[in-house]
Ligand binder design. Structure first.
Ligand SMILES: N[C@@H](CCC(=O)N[C@@H](CS)C(=O)NCC(=O)O)C(=O)O
Length: 214
């Protein structure tokens, strides 16, 4: 399978899941600003929504973090990235939906977009206390969102990274902050993060040439 990704975007979660599972995967970087895949193709011709992650399979394409992450987990059952029981699976779905809607799109997307108005940013920040308060209570005394590491932790790690570049202050949520740090020490997460950080820094350097060249 082939994963279309952008460095340090939410697609980082799928890379982490692939490393956890030792999945056979190749990666195609996407320049989201220009909507170009690394091989030069117009990305909207591949994914009309222009979003990552996007997974190319022999059977066709798969979109949406929640679906892709659960697909990787189900395809690599030995990695135990998703619970097997009914309630556990529903809780996994609950966390994936919460992370995708309440955190990713509801709070961080507007805060990360350069074009967001101050009013919309204030509205997004207004949701932080209830959402992060819920997360804090869920993580006190727990290592992971569920009984063991799951693809929901991979997604939450990717989203929490964005607190570094937004006004969401993790120090107000010590259990969430400790969880984020702990996940960052996991080998699959360290590997995925280091690789994408390198690509991200390269991308930023290309965007902002040294002053002497401008
Ligand atoms: N609903 C999608 C949202 C994915 C998403 O927002 N991806 C961001 C990167 S974190 C993206 O591709 N942004 C590019 C854009 O909005 O043009 C999912 O869950 O996969």
């Amino acid at each position: 399978m082939k994963l279309y990704f952008s460095p340090l975007a939410c697609s980082l979660a799928s890379r982490i899941a692939c490393y956890e599972a030792n999945a056979e995967v190749s990666f195609v970087a996407v320049d989201l600003k220009r909507q170009r895949a690394a091989d030069g193709r117009d990305y909207r011709q591949i994914n009309p929504l222009g979003l990552v992650p996007f997974l190319e399979l022999p059977q066709g394409f798969l979109s949406e973090n929640a679906a892709i992450l659960q697909f990787i987990a189900a395809g690599c059952p030995n990695a135990d990235l998703a619970p097997g029981d009914l309630v556990g699976r529903a809780r996994l779905q609950q966390w994936l939906s919460f992370i995708g809607t309440e955190l990713h799109r509801g709070i961080f997307k507007p805060l990360l977009e350069k074009t967001t108005s101050e009013e919309v940013k204030r509205y997004a920040l207004g949701g932080v206390e209830t959402r992060f308060g819920l997360l804090e209570r869920a993580l006190v005394g727990r290592e992971f969102l569920l009984e063991a590491f799951s693809v929901a932790d991979a997604y939450l790690f990717a989203v929490l990274n964005w607190t570094a570049v937004t006004p969401v202050d993790l120090s107000a949520y010590p259990a969430v902050q400790a969880y984020h740090r702990r996940l960052g020490e996991r080998p699959s997460v360290q590997r995925a993060f280091a690789e994408e950080r390198e690509l991200y820094l390269r991308e930023v350097a290309l965007e902002r040439p040294p002053a002497a060249l401008t």
